[in-house]
Design a protein around this ligand. Sequence first.
Ligand code: ADP
Length: 496
Amino acid sequence: MPHNEDALFKALMDTAVDGIVVIDTGGIVQICSDACEGLFGYRRDEIVGRNVKMLMPEPHRGEHDGYISSYLKTGEKRIGGCELAGRRKDGSTFPMHLSVGKSEVGGERIFVGVIRDLAPLKAEVARHVDVDSLMAQIVQSSEDAILSKTLSGIITSWNASAERIFGYTADEALGANISMLIPPDRMAEEGSIIGQICAGRDVEHFETVRRHKNGNDIHVSITISPLRDGAGDIVGASKIVRDVSERKRSELRMQALQSEFAHINRLSSMGQMSTAIAHELNQPLTAIANYVKAARRILERVEPANMERARNAMDKAAAQVLRAGAIIRNLRDFVEKRKSNRAPENLNMVVEEAIALGLVGTAHQGVRVCLRLELKLPSVLIDKVQIQQVLINLIRNGLEAMQAVDMRELIIETAIDNKDFARVTVHDSGPGLSEAVSKRLFQPFVTTKEKGMGIGLTICQSILEAHGGNIVALPDHRPGAAFRFCVPFVGQREAA
Ligand code: ADP
């Protein structure tokens, strides 16, 4: 470690990153660091021996002598650490930070100024300001409407997409109340949103309807966040609004298509069952004819005892009429094109009715049907006709598959799957799913049947998905094939 102070001082002056300028009480520069050359554009020897004012632009230049003399009189340092401007040799100026210290050398007072160039820092800040304007541009060019409002609902910002989605220009919207965008029947929503915002919570991807200037309703997805002032208090809310009308329209188109599809499928399974149905209806109708004929014969011999027999025959005829009517009503419900209509149902009863319909006309096929019902099953929330359609599809598929085998057994089971879902399993003793079909099960138009359409399982799947449930083929259920589907219990939160 060298102890030569002059050498150490020289090293400091040559290498200090900041500019260091030492002046006497007359303001004359005694020495300056190498960095001053870079800061001011003078060589060191052009600075030393001259008044430091050369490094200052006006008004600092004119004020400098005053600072020194006032300090010498009062001892009060007017310039401590402060931000002011420096002047370069070419006359240009730059922002600098100056800190001044004082000392004494050989009884003479001196002042030491340390100068830091603030230009790089200022440029950084300027870049930051640019980021703000960049943000403003992003907001303006966003595909989503971005707007803000006060807690009382006054609109305080409005970007170009807000104008496009809602039809109001920024001039019309700014200062207006947000309620002009809300259909009257949705007004209550706004109160609950403001409640959440005031509690400091975000409201995310909330789907609702808003109103365009032309009065049309628009389906939107909205994300709302609290806006805070400098003190952190919530003063309003920002809203990002996405127009989802097109998506809603295609969802509705899909639903319509799905119900159309399901309708066609029901008609087609009805077609397949029609012979059996005619047979089923024939039974009560023949019985009616017989009872009426018998009653007529009895009435020809009117005696008090015969009156009782005739009344009996007529009652039986009436009961058969009701039965025939019920069969027709069931069929009409099943075939009819209708909207999904979910209600609490007893799943075991739904299954039993579906089996009765699904087995129509199969008495001669020698199929043993084994029903395993969970008796403690809570009610399920389903569209009965749709779920019966699923069951009938599975039952008819099982029956068709079992035509290829001698031992024909259909096992239908209900059970509690978990706290939210009941499950139904339909298991047949047929040859099972072929490998090719297994891989593409539930895809439309996959069929191994000559007259098959290959849409039955696809429709089953879409019905169950619409219920928030699912359907799978159980891979390790041998022999035969087994399908299992789940439907929600009443009270389970509806799947989104
Ligand atoms: P389709 O019955 O019109 O063919 P599905 O979508 O109902 O249409 O069935 C698709 C295919 O899945 C059937 O063609 C058949 O190959 C197979 N499949 C469905 N259920 C069974 C089953 N229980 N046993 C064997 N194969 C089945």
